[in-house]
Write a protein that binds this ligand. Structure first.
Ligand SMILES: [Zn+2]
Length: 166
């Protein structure tokens, strides 16, 4: 077991060529899902209901590596994140909870799946919501925590949010 190395919270102490050094150690897994949304107040096409093939990258660190040398088993990370995505975001409409017109439109179709966000569903706001509110819940009890989320709205565009303090 390798203990915390420093106060930053992400650094671990490792021996390199016989010398103890601090390393910034993390793991990442990428997930994909499909969802619809729209951006209230957008000046262009994004004000209309439309969808994306999203990708989300979840960056995880931990206080220590286990006896095998892992921060967190990739399979467990996959199960926790995919479980949440399948239940809440995949094949849903992600809409701002103040977008009553959009919510009414989707609710009028049967069946439907809606995820209400407390902010306009930009890539930025979705990334913040996932890092701040979802990751602590789905990684609870694993000893690991997410510190960065990158949310890809297309192959060219993404938003990235990084936790800068504990
Ligand atoms: Zn969009």
């Amino acid at each position: 077991m390798v203990p915390w190395g420093a106060s930053s919270g992400r650094l671990l102490e490792h021996d390199f060529i016989g010398e103890s050094q601090l390393v910034d150690l993390s793991i990442m897994r990428r997930f994909t899902f499909c969802a619809g949304h729209r951006l209230v107040g957008h000046e262009g096409k994004c004000q209309n209901l439309h969808g994306h093939n999203y990708a989300i990258e979840v960056y995880v660190t931990g206080g220590e590596q286990d006896d095998i040398g892992r921060i967190l088993d990739f399979k467990l990370l996959k199960q926790r994140v995919n479980g949440w995505l399948n239940e809440h975001w995949d094949h849903t409409f992600i809409l701002w909870d103040k977008d009553t017109n959009g919510l009414d439109a989707i609710r009028a179709s049967q069946p439907h799946r809606i995820y209400e966000l407390s902010s306009n569903p930009t890539a930025e706001n979705m990334a913040i919501h996932f890092l701040d509110e979802i990751c602590p819940v789905i990684l609870d009890g694993t000893g690991a925590e997410a510190y960065k989320v990158r949310l890809w709205e297309s192959e060219e565009t993404c938003a990235e949010v990084t936790r800068t303090s504990e």
